[in-house]
Design a protein around this ligand. Structure first.
Ligand SMILES: Nc1nc2c(ncn2[C@@H]2O[C@H](COP(=O)(O)OP(=O)(O)OP(=O)(O)O)[C@@H](O)[C@H]2O)c(=O)[nH]1
Ligand SMILES: [Mg+2]
Length: 224
């Protein structure tokens, strides 16, 4: 397993140094993709030891992750761990995910959040629980947390798998396309941090959830 971490980060200057430093305790190569942040995200990430990629123009979280995956493939990494740069994912969960990958030999290990109505905003509780059930039905096996961006997966099949997502659809796209190529899925429980302000998130619930649903159907049924 030759593994790197990929962290999409857009205006995350307050969090990115800690995430990069803590991730580097477990994974040597940490790639941060910043496309057009108005703050010092990229410079701070680089100072913390990350390799920084990106573009001056904002292209969306999924485009950023695709750029990271392309870089990892070009540099002969066999696996990637993706996690958010906004402080919601704890790098301390990485060793357990690596253990699950080793023990199960699964091609995709999903960091599964504890869904709790007390701990997460109501809209996220429903979109994530309903979304995970729909995803399970779409791909025909149990997916505990379809929207989790904290994942470990093999990228050596990605010469056949073409990704095209731009905004928040990539989690569903990777699931659907890896399942299509017979990849196996396992889960590893992770912690989840929620902040009590909506400004923290870049996701626009109605627009982005609608986009994700429509694209998921296109990936699953139209071969997009
Ligand atoms: N490079 C890049 N990163 C992005 C972009 N949009 C979001 N991100 C990053 O992707 C990660 C997740 O973004 P969020 O907007 O918090 O989305 P989320 O965590 O799925 O949604 P919430 O549950 O509402 O927080 C964070 O690290 C963001 O900085 C983007 O356009 N470009
Ligand atoms: Mg977030």
């Amino acid at each position: 397993m030759k593994i790197c971490a990929i962290i999409p980060a857009f205006n995350e200057a307050s969090y990115i140094a800690r995430i990069v430093e803590e991730t580097r305790e477990y994974i040597e190569t940490v790639i941060v993709i910043d496309d057009g942040s108005e703050d010092r995200t990229a410079r701070i990430a680089q100072a913390a030891g990350a390799t920084c990629l990106g573009s001056p123009v904002n292209r969306g979280k999924s485009s950023a992750l695709r750029m990271g995956i392309d870089f990892a493939r070009a540099n002969d990494f066999t696996h990637v761990i993706t996690l958010d740069g906004d402080g919601q994912h704890l790098p301390q969960d990485i060793p357990a995910m690596l253990r699950v990958a080793e023990e199960t030999k699964a091609d995709l290990v999903i960091g599964a959040r504890p869904f709790s109505r007390d701990l997460m905003p109501r809209s996220r509780y429903y979109s994530n629980t309903i979304g995970s059930r729909l995803a399970s039905a779409l791909i025909g096996c149990e997916v505990k947390d379809s929207q989790s961006g904290f994942r470990l997966f093999r990228i050596d099949k990605f010469s056949e798998i073409k990704l095209r997502s731009r905004r928040y659809e990539i989690e569903m796209e990777v699931l659907i396309k890896m399942a299509r190529y017979g990849c196996t899925i396992a889960h590893s429980p992770i912690h989840m941090v929620y902040f009590n302000d909506d400004a923290h998130s870049k996701l626009r619930p109605i627009r982005d959830t609608t986009r994700t649903c429509l694209w998921s159907l296109a990936y699953r049924y139209l071969g997009a």
